[in-house]
Structures are given as structure tokens and as C-alpha cells.
Design a protein around this ligand. Sequence first.
Ligand SMILES: NC(=O)c1ccc[n+]([C@@H]2O[C@H](COP(=O)([O-])OP(=O)(O)OC[C@H]3O[C@@H](n4cnc5c(N)ncnc54)[C@H](OP(=O)(O)O)[C@@H]3O)[C@@H](O)[C@H]2O)c1
Length: 245
Amino acid sequence: MTRLHVNGALGRLGRVIVQLAEMSGEFAVTKSGRGDAVGELVDGCDVVIDVSQPEASVLVADECARRTKPVVVGTTGHSADQRQGLQRAAQRTALLLAPNFSVGVNLLFWLTEQTAKTLGPEFDAEVVEIHHRLKKDAPSGTAKRLGEIIAQVRALSYETSVRNGRAGLVGERTSGEIGIHAVRGGDVVGEHTVLFAGPGERLELSHKASSRETFARGALRAAHWILARAPGMYDMRDVLGLAER
Ligand SMILES: NC(=O)c1ccc[n+]([C@@H]2O[C@H](COP(=O)([O-])OP(=O)(O)OC[C@H]3O[C@@H](n4cnc5c(N)ncnc54)[C@H](OP(=O)(O)O)[C@@H]3O)[C@@H](O)[C@H]2O)c1
């Protein structure tokens, strides 16, 4: 039985992860949420999943690093400083950072890379994401990752090439920009579309999640996978065998 600790266990995703883990019979689960001290809980577990909020996820990753406990971070919306905090933790323990746990979205990452390479920069690339009205960060971590992939293929800097929405007299679109647009409403679990618009044709790659169970299943798969890994930063490509390293 794997001893799993879930931080953010009372949240929308945390609750589903705990439920699936307990139903599987493969995990003994402990839980924490806002205001809980996690040190002792981390001490007593084999692996941690964090699905809370950015600041908390860095603190939990640090607690894991001190005890060399592997940690899966599904939380999104980290600042550059917080990302560095996660990188520092990954020097001391195995840390898997996944803005999206779904198999389909991770395939979408791969397809986006291949498509951007094949179509070239004359195809304008834009990302549109839709999430439920309660989501706190925008654009989604998945949309950012899609933007990063396109920027990387085109040898552009993410910071200077991404346009987070457009308003006012913004001028003609340049080929060196990547638009990212966040739509919020209702109870949409998560949808991402990457558009490649070229001369006379447009290609769209879309993924639609209809249940949080798909994320929870991916999180538990990642937790199993990371158990015996050496310190370092990993992502879902490693779990799914899509990594080139
Ligand atoms: N990787 C993926 O596939 C995936 C999929 C969906 C969502 N996410 C991400 O996962 C995170 C959680 O999403 P969600 O929809 O479950 O959000 P949520 O419902 O707001 O859940 C977050 C939970 O974390 C708790 N929390 C807040 N501060 C905390 C702290 N300092 N320590 C411990 N827990 C704390 C919240 O408590 P309060 O209610 O008291 O604030 C809440 O119970 C978000 O970053 C979201 O973008 C990732």
C-alpha cells in the first residue's frame, strides 16, 4: 500500500483524487488543506500530490525536499519566483510539475509541437481556453504551456511574444506574436484549442475535458511513477513515455 498525502484535499480536484485513491485500494491517504501544518504528514507518507494554490505548493515542495519525499505538483498559476522555488526543491527530491494530468492534453502538447514545426511561422498560432467561473488563475497553466511550446519551436521568447487577449487599437497582427485568450463561465471542466491560421486554410487542435476524474487518474498514475525516481524536475511526458530525454 502506497502512503499518499494530498494537499488541497478539500478542493474540487483534491476531493476527486482522494476518492479515487481510496477506492483503488492501492493508497492509504492522508489529507491537508488551508491552515494545516504539513511537515509531519509529509514525514509519514511515501509520496505527495499538491493541488492547492501556487504559494502553498512551493511550501509543500520545500517540505518534501527537506525529507527527500517525491512530490507531484498539479497546481497552476506560479509566478517566475515560485517556479524557481519549485526548481530548487527539485534539486533535492523528485518533483513532477504537471499543469494538466490528462493523457489527451499531454498528447495535445506533442501534437502542437509537431504542427508548429510542420506548418512554420507563416501560420498564425492562437490558443483559446475555457474554464468554469470559479477558476482563479488566467490564462490556464495548460494554455501557458501550449504558448511556451509554440514559442520554443519558433525560437521566440514567451514573455515578449504572447498577447494575453487584445483590446483597443492594437494594430495588425505580427507573425511574431502568439495570442492566448481565456474564457470563463459556468461549470466547464477545461477546454483548450490551438489554432493555426494560414493562407487559405486553418487547422484547429482541440481537447475537451468533461470530468475531473481524468485529471485525478493522471495524478495517481504520476504518483505511482515518481515513487522511486532520483531528484530532478519531471513532467507528464516522462510518465507517458513521450519525453525525448
Ligand atoms: N494539473 C491538472 O490536471 C489540474 C486540473 C484541474 C485543476 N488544476 C489546478 O489545481 C489547483 C486546484 O484546483 P481546484 O479546481 O481543485 O481549486 P479549488 O477547488 O480552489 O481547491 C484548492 C484547495 O486548496 C486549498 N488551499 C488554499 N490555500 C491552501 C494552503 N495554503 N494550503 C493547503 N490548501 C490550500 C483551498 O482551500 P480554500 O477553499 O479554503 O481556499 C481548496 O480547498 C489549481 O491551481 C488548478 O488550476 C490542475
